[in-house]
Design a binder for this molecule. Sequence first.
Ligand SMILES: Cc1cc2nc3c(=O)[nH]c(=O)nc-3n(C[C@H](O)[C@H](O)[C@H](O)COP(=O)(O)O)c2cc1C
Length: 195
Amino acid sequence: MRLLGISGSLSRGSRTSRLIQEVLDVAAQEPGVETDLLEVSHRGIVFCDGRPPEVYEGETRRVIDTVVAADAYVVGSPMYRGSYTGAFKNLFDLLPNDALSGKAVGLVATGGSDHHFLALEHQLRPLLSFFRAYTVPGTVYAQNAHFIGSGLADDTRVACRLLAGEVVRLARAVESGQAGPAYPVIVRRPDQQKP
Ligand SMILES: Cc1cc2nc3c(=O)[nH]c(=O)nc-3n(C[C@H](O)[C@H](O)[C@H](O)COP(=O)(O)O)c2cc1C
């Protein structure tokens, strides 16, 4: 199982990436689980400009292909203005509609305070639902008080461990890739058809 972490942070020494890495490290202890972390900050990802996902090239192409090839995900973003970052959303704008269909996803977010923890439910989860992904019910949210030096608060580490276990368990349960009935077909404008 290829479990891919996706961090929507652009900052150096990202706390969001640290949190996702913690979940990945626990998951990697499970037999057959390979993990990798994709940080939008480290890649030359262009802005989605409305073209079909197939036509992007270079680093953007490699990033799209990396996401599509994964079997399950731990997806996270810092809170920016009560939601995920623009860079995080841009990555999802670039993906084919079926990129995550029927795959398991764990959700993670960081913020400066507790105020926006529910953005996991009303911002991140609906975005993943668009892709017809299976999101694990529990989430990990950490704010400044949960980051202690280079470590994490005990309850945050426990939350990461639980999320890792649930993502792997759900990924194994939905291995068949079935995601239930299809959404209506989205027809592209004629000027945005595939070449
Ligand atoms: C532009 C900007 C907007 C932010 N908006 C929020 C916010 O709405 N709610 C919140 O809790 N924290 C907010 N923060 C704080 C970050 O979410 C927080 O510091 C986060 O842990 C940073 O994660 P990172 O280290 O992965 O970049 C904001 C930070 C920035 C730079």
